[in-house]
Write a protein that binds this ligand. Structure first.
Ligand code: S3P
Length: 457
């Protein structure tokens, strides 16, 4: 499907975002390992999180889904059953890497498969530590399909991560729940700086009753931990909010309200960067809890959202006002900061075209192994729009430029499609056409509807 987008003068309205994708994956997996039924509200509508639910069902977990409400009947640590078919992770790296951690601790064999993009993404980063723990893993040159022969119990390890990756950290911590002692993962160190990756697994494990030690970038769990079922609401996804934060900031006279967004400190670097360059964003205590599907039709729960209801995740309402162009020096993103903005780099690249001094991104090699090679996708599409941009092996440099409407090759990568939809709004005139635009359903199925509503008022 191709989508055509015209330039816009401003964005106005309220953005209802999907539940956070990272938190939803973890919610489903931990609920499955827990004993009893967990009720998850505002579960992500993304195709990625659906892949996680489908894989769990194949492993014998009973799941009832009604819109954004998901009931998961946990089977405890010993209740998974061997899947009669391959476990299809679709486009989702988080599904593959986190489930691999759980499957390593089972006394049966499982096969993880994925789509064309996922089948090219590196899995050595999880194969190595899981084999150290005693699992046997066959792969196609360290990529999917992965055949995982689990072991019970696994051997507890202390592992220093070579890459800054929350997926790798979470994979090992989940395997650690099935180990014979205390498993410790140390966050990666880049240029002498410890990079603290998103900590949703740690927060959610604690919420499910697991004793998680966290000290100085080292996280430990013990193999005798038991998880009890919980009810909670997933906050909305700040990485999806990022597209609207940038679009509204760049279009003068915009005013956009984004309720119930996750403001977990390991995810809010995007707010910090935008506010540092002069974006006008208000962070407010949430006015209302997210309406539960069971209380729809206008009824809104009036409890405050800063509570355990969110599985230990802080939440806020965001209001963003348009600024137009930004009079800044070159915005430089590098080192640990790049890791903390990894999913936001495509939209920051578009922002870079509106900054007086442009934007330089470094230390972003990981972007080459995301859903597409995002460095090359960003550079190619910015050039198509007439932007002066230089490519490096670990990043790129964008000059302030006028954007020309054109055809965009999304590479079937959701964040590339959404970032260039925003670029299309900022273009001077004419329609920009985005190919394979249906890929936005990987994280935000209603993205285009939401965007069009905010430009037509
Ligand atoms: C994710 C972690 C990040 C991120 C991905 C989701 C997660 O990947 O890019 O979209 O949910 O743990 P890495 O941890 O591999 O960098």
């Amino acid at each position: 499907m191709n989508v055509k987008i015209k330039p816009a003068k401003r964005l106005k309205g309220t953005v209802y975002l999907p539940g956070d994708k990272s938190i939803s994956h973890r919610a489903a997996i931990l609920s499955a390992i827990a004993e009893g039924t967990s009720r998850i509200e505002n579960f992500s509508t993304s195709a990625d999180c659906n892949s996680t639910l489908k894989c769990l069902e194949s492993l014998g977990i009973s799941i009832v889904r009604n819109g954004k409400t998901v009931l998961v009947k946990g089977v405890g640590k010993d209740g998974f059953i061997r899947s009669s078919r391959e476990l299809d992770c679709g486009n989702s790296g988080t599904t593959a890497r986190l489930l691999a951690g759980v499957l390593a601790g089972q006394s049966f064999e499982s096969i993880l498969i994925g789509d064309e993009s996922l089948s090219k993404r590196p899995m050595k980063r999880i194969i190595e530590p899981l084999e150290m723990m005693g699992a046997k893993i066959e792969s196609k040159e360290n990529c999917l399909p992965l055949k995982i022969r689990g072991k019970r119990p696994l051997k507890a390890i202390s592992y220093q991560m070579p890459v800054a990756s929350a997926q790798v950290k979470s994979c090992i911590l989940l395997a650690g729940l099935f180990a014979d002692g205390k498993t410790t993962v140390s966050e990666a160190v880049i240029d002498g700086e410890t990079v603290i990756t998103r900590d949703h697994t740690e927060r959610m494990l604690r919420y499910f009753g697991v004793d998680v030690e966290i000290f100085d970038g080292k996280i430990s769990v013990s193999g005798n931990a038991k998880l009890g079922a919980r009810n909670f609401t997933v906050p909305c996804d700040i990485s999806s909010a990022a597209f609207f934060l940038v679009a509204a900031s760049c279009l003068k006279d915009s005013e956009v309200f984004i309720p119930n967004v996750s403001i977990n400190p390991t995810r809010t670097a995007i707010l910090k960067v935008l506010m540092e360059i002069g974006a006008k964003i208000e962070i407010r205590q949430p006015a209302f809890c997210i309406a539960k599907d069971s209380e729809k039709d206008g009824a809104i729960n009036d409890e405050r959202a800063f509570s355990d209801e969110n599985a230990g995740e802080p939440v806020a309402d965001l209001v963003v006002y348009g600024v137009g162009q930004f009079q800044t020096d070159t915005l430089r993103i590098q080192g640990a900061q790049t890791a903390s903005l990894i999913d936001e780099i495509p939209i920051l690249a578009v922002l870079g075209t509106q900054l007086e001094g442009g934007l330089e991104v470094r230390d972003a090699k990981e972007l080459r192994v995301k859903e597409s090679d995002r460095i090359s996708a960003i550079v190619e599409n910015l050039r198509r729009m007439g932007v002066e941009v230089e490519e490096f092996s670990d990043g790129f440099c964008v000059k302030r430029s006028r954007l020309k409407a054109t055809k965009i090759d999304s590479k079937a990568d959701h964040r590339i499609a959404m970032a260039f939809a925003v670029a299309a709004l900022l273009a001077e005139e004419g329609e920009t056409e985005i190919d394979q635009a249906e890929c936005v359903s990987v994280s935000f199925p209603d993205f285009f509807q939401t965007l069009f509503q905010m430009t037509n008022f």
